[in-house]
Design a protein. Structure first.
Length: 329
């Protein structure tokens, strides 16, 4: 492999190591990296707690802050154990609004496995977050192969600190992720860890032919294969995905339109609501429901996205078939 391990692992006792091993076993059991088990070693090696020196957990009436430097040893133990739960962790709040988070590790494993990296690949990550995902990539590929970008200088500065503490030094850029990082292009892989409603064309232009782009779109994860700067196509993964929006880029779609006339069973079904996000502006909810029932309540992996020239559309089963809709802007 082209990556490396830190010279030392700066953790105060064995609690973090045992908690991390337990997390790896849970992800292993989930099958998240079955398609690319090499990721198991990266998750076993990279200390997640160094990337979340504090985080917030939901409690009645708001959030509770867990802090690695609390004077209370029981509070520090809760912090370490929580850092290795297979859950997303809120890391940055403003006026009660979530600005940044560390994603659920098993979902990260799913995404990294679907990225299909090989030794020597260069990767651009959109959304630096805590730096944890960039560390996993750097461990697998090497520091010089990984670039991560975020619009917020506070986020990029803290990501650099966390990465350095864990022994990694990928390139961290402060800027608009929707514009990519042209000075580091071309990339073999682009992965976004923030939600968008369209695919930025700069990403296609900065991808090598045959490269892959993996990004949250609607409430799913689309994997696109890039043909050239104007063409890409791919299907959604099976898993639902809910990410913090990309700041500076296109805004993800909000709640679906009024669902009057749609049966409650469908209104509350995640797969139906996914279809609503893809067909907004093309089908009203009643038409979407009729299609959903007719097609046997299709799962996410039956849907895909095509980009060709100035067009960008979602489709069911076949990009040239009868069910295709321009993506909402």
């Amino acid at each position: 492999m082209g990556g490396h391990a830190p010279d030392r692992e700066p953790e105060p006792d064995g609690l973090a190591a045992s908690a991390r091993a337990a997390l790896v076993r849970r992800i292993d059991a989930s099958g998240a990296w079955a398609a690319d088990p090499v990721w198991r070693e990266a998750f076993a090696a990279v200390p997640r707690h160094l990337f979340v020196p504090y985080y917030y957990v939901g409690v009645a009436g708001g959030y509770e802050r867990r802090w690695g430097e609390s004077p209370d040893p029981r509070a520090r133990e809760r912090w370490v154990r929580g850092a290795y739960e297979d859950t997303p962790l809120a890391t940055r709040l403003r006026d009660g609004e979530l600005l940044s988070s560390s994603s659920q590790p098993s979902l990260m494993a799913d995404m990294l496995a679907a990225l299909c990296v090989t030794d020597g690949d260069t990767v651009l990550e959109i959304g630096a977050g805590t730096g944890y995902n960039a560390a996993l990539l750097a461990h697998r590929l090497g520091d010089d192969k990984v670039t991560t970008i975020d619009l917020d200088p506070e986020i990029t500065e803290s990501a650099r600190r966390h990465l350095a503490a864990a022994g990694y030094q990928p390139v961290v850029v402060t800027g608009d992720g929707a514009r990519g990082v042209p000075e580091r292009a071309p990339f073999d892989r682009i992965i976004a860890t923030c939600a968008l409603s369209t695919v930025p064309r700069a990403w296609l232009a900065q991808s090598r032919p045959g490269g892959r782009i993996l990004m949250p779109l609607g409430t799913g994860l689309i994997v696109l294969t890039v043909s050239d700067a104007g063409h890409a196509e791919g299907r959604f993964l099976h898993t639902p995905a809910y990410f913090v929006p990309l700041r500076g880029g296109s805004r993800p779609w909000g709640e679906p339109a009024q669902l009057g006339g749609v049966p409650r069973r469908a209104r509350e079904d995640d797969l139906f609501r996914f279809l609503l996000t893809l067909t907004r502006g093309s089908l009203d909810p009643q038409e979407a429901h009729a299609l959903w029932e007719q097609e046997g309540m299709p799962r996410r992996e039956r849907y895909g996205v095509t980009i060709s020239g100035d067009g960008e559309w979602a489709w069911l089963d076949d990009p040239e078939g009868p069910y295709a809709w321009p993506l909402p802007s």
